[in-house]
Design a protein around this ligand. Structure first.
Ligand code: ZN
Length: 708
């Protein structure tokens, strides 16, 4: 483990020798949240400025519940490039002089002692299997020789087909579904081949000059990138399967892509119970019969095993919210991030105040006279008296791990922060902050009612304190935040046929001790409201209409359709297989607003939900990190009063300039995603351009250079 990979280990944590030994022994069960700071890896500690760089770096994500990016990075073992930027590493190490880093401590492996660990006699010490390095792009010297014109023409035709696949029927093209980087490279190759082979081009027959021209057009390095282009093109001319690789594609070559093997492992792991370790895979692959079956000469390292776990859908769960960090690049999550979150946030962008990396306002002049928007980031975080927490590998299908109680006193804080004003506070100390003792409430968590009350207070406060601004509230994707009104249209429990008594059950008992029912609110179809109950004068006045009638009224025939497919497990992609599925997909059923949205909109404010697993987009996460860092410096105490006082004072200690830098960092991540980078690339870019609010024009070039 290269030291440089974990440059941001927290001094307090490392000095905890017992925890440290446990880490080495790999047999501990509860572990300090701060252990995770090892994985925080300062991948973006923004510590360029000398003034409070240490604060920044230390405040950076030491909280394991709250940092997708750090864990994300730490799991990407083969991503050493991400951390190999020597300059960055050096500066961080300079800052952390007093910290004793122990490069030998294994970073991520977590073991729950509650689960018996099977003992397996290893036939041999497993040797780490390192992934094959990408072939050096220029090793074959192909860039030197100009290709034959006819061959180049033929290759251009094929390349064009790949870039613009024809639809099977009708005109137009299909989306070739290429990674943006691969696409850019292929476009460059096509440009080169086209200039080189087109007799009308001034570059006709001029191989090297044409490649340089294209490199300039693509705003890339005239020499290095041009050479790469020529290499790629020549390889493609020789072999049509050779297209520039997605730098992440190499994972796909992993042995775990073997379905049988992954199924076998999965089954084995499932047999071990809900909590598993990377070591379980290592052990499994040391069974002689398993090795024989898969013709493996060697076992794998724990590092590789962790990679495999990841590939097989195992994720870190982060108690107490139980979110699976690596859902980060899940297609639906990415889709939401790009199409909903970023586009909504960018709408407000021209009306935001901006801040330098020193935290000073530097809003561009052209925004003068524009009514400002303030973004208030909301979040909840738990402070523990003993600052300890548990986590474990859990299969993603196992569901969220329930929040565990009894880890000493804890205090949940739910609050709002903005780059413009810091924490939401009145001069008289009023706030919308909620302090909450999770262990004392039955569900151990903030309810949707709590959330609604809190936002009402927050809205009243921002309107009073900052009436000249507009306000957006940003919440994470927790179910308590997304809750819809109880009577909102939902196809879930509807009967197919008319029913005299059907309604939505609510958490209130009637005189007979049964749950009370209320009418479901109506839907909208063709711009007109549709009641789900028969009107007065109808022979079944007041009855629930049933799915069939509701659909028929929308002009959708339900002839021959069942209420639902068995267990509502419809065929994948089916949209008209059963009444429930059809209704489920109706616009007014899909687009039900959450109570939080309804509340905010009624007050002339807006709410935007973060994409799942993207806590790097929420600067408040770093505020928690900063505050917890301070919090741990206080005298340990089991007294509840001390806990509360320490939490409040640590939150108050975050300088506004730091909050602004945290906000810049989130904005930078957003810019990276907006420019088409994935999570890993965004983490790299955010680190590379720390201090920037948006990424510079040299991004693509720099990524190319860094082989990102
Ligand atoms: Zn169905």
């Amino acid at each position: 483990m290269p030291t440089s990979k974990w440059p941001c280990a927290d001094q307090n944590d490392i000095s905890d020798q017992s925890a440290h030994q446990d880490l080495n022994n790999d047999t501990f069960d509860a572990f300090d949240t701060s252990d995770m700071s090892m994985f925080s890896s300062a991948s973006d500690s923004e510590n360029e400025s000398s003034s409070d760089s240490e604060d920044e770096a230390n405040g950076m994500l030491p909280d394991l519940t709250e940092c997708a990016e750090s864990i994300y990075s730490s799991l990407l073992d083969n991503d050493s490039e991400l951390f190999s930027d020597e300059e960055d590493t050096k500066s961080e190490l300079d800052i952390f002089v007093p910290i004793q880093l122990d490069p030998s401590s294994p970073p991520v492996l977590v073991v729950s002692t509650e689960i018996p660990i099977p003992t397996i006699n290893c036939p041999a010490e497993p040797t780490p299997v390192t992934s094959q390095p990408d072939p050096a792009p220029l090793a074959d010297g192909m860039h030197k020789k100009a290709p034959n014109l006819d061959e180049a023409k033929a290759a251009l035709i094929d390349l064009t087909k790949m870039l613009f696949p024809q639809r099977k029927t009708g005109p137009g093209y299909k989306d070739p579904n290429l990674n943006p980087f691969v696409r850019e490279r292929m476009q460059g190759m096509a440009g080169l081949l086209s200039m080189y082979t087109n007799s009308k081009s001034t570059m006709y027959g001029k191989w090297i000059a044409a490649s340089q021209e294209v490199a300039i057009m693509q705003r890339r390095g005239e020499t290095a990138y041009a050479r790469r282009l020529r290499t790629w093109a020549c390889r493609f001319i020789k072999d049509r399967t050779k297209v520039p690789a997605n730098p992440y594609g190499k994972w796909n070559k992993s042995q775990i892509e073997d379905e049988d093997l992954s199924q076998d492992i999965l089954q084995h792991l499932q047999s071990l119970g809900p909590n598993i370790r990377a070591l379980d895979i290592v052990n499994y692959l040391n069974y002689p019969d398993v090795r024989k079956k898969y013709r493996m000469k060697k076992g794998i390292s724990e590092q590789t095993a962790r990679k495999w776990l990841q590939r097989m859908g195992f994720r870190w769960t982060l108690d107490p919210k139980g979110q699976y960090v690596d859902g980060h690049e899940r297609p639906d999550v990415v889709d939401y991030r790009q199409k909903v979150y970023i586009s909504r946030m960018l709408l407000a962008d021209p009306r935001l105040r901006t801040y330098s990396k020193m935290g000073e306002e530097n809003t561009p002049e052209e925004r003068d006279g524009v009514r400002r928007v303030v973004i208030w980031y909301h979040d909840e975080s738990v402070f523990y008296a003993h600052d300890r927490r548990k986590k474990s590998w859990v299969h993603k299908d196992a569901g969220a791990a329930p929040y565990k109680k009894g880890e000493g006193h804890s205090l949940m804080v739910a609050d709002f922060v903005s780059a413009d004003y810091g924490w939401l506070r009145g001069p008289d100390g009023r706030s919308a902050r909620r302090l909450f003792r999770p262990g004392k409430k039955r569900d151990g968590w903030f309810t949707n009612e709590d959330i609604l009350e809190q936002i009402k207070d927050a809205i009243a406060l921002v309107k009073e304190l900052y009436p000249h601004d507009d306000h957006i509230f940003v919440y994470d994707n927790a179910t308590t935040h997304l809750k819809r009104p109880v009577d909102a249209p939902s196809a879930r429990n509807m009967p197919k046929n008319p029913n005299e008594t059907w309604g939505v059950e609510i958490n209130e008992l009637d005189a007979n001790g049964k749950k009370k029912k209320i009418r479901m609110a109506g839907g909208m179809f063709d711009g007109k409201p549709q009641s789900f109950y028969f009107p007065e004068g109808h022979s079944k006045a007041g009855w629930f209409k049933g799915m069939a009638t509701i659909l028929e009224e929308r002009g959708i025939s339900t002839k021959g359709l069942n209420a639902q497919c068995k267990d509502f497990k419809c065929k994948e992609g089916a949209s008209d297989c059963c009444c429930r599925r059809i209704l489920y997909n109706q616009a007014d059923f899909v687009n039900v607003k959450s109570t939080l949205e309804i509340t905010c909109e009624a007050e002339g404010t807006a709410v935007v939900f973060l994409p799942k697993f993207h806590c790097e987009l929420n600067p408040i996460e770093q505020c928690w990190g900063y505050a917890k860092r301070i919090y741990r410096m206080y005298e340990p105490s089991s007294q509840e009063a001390d806990l509360e006082r320490n939490v409040i004072s640590s939150l108050a200690s975050i300088p506004l300039s730091s909050i602004r830098r945290f906000a810049n960092r989130s904005r930078r991540f957003m810019d990276a995603y907006n420019k088409g980078l994935d999570g890993k690339q965004a983490a790299w870019a955010s680190r590379k351009y720390r201090g920037h609010r948006v990424l510079p024009a040299s991004l693509m070039d720099d990524m190319e250079k860094a082989k990102i």
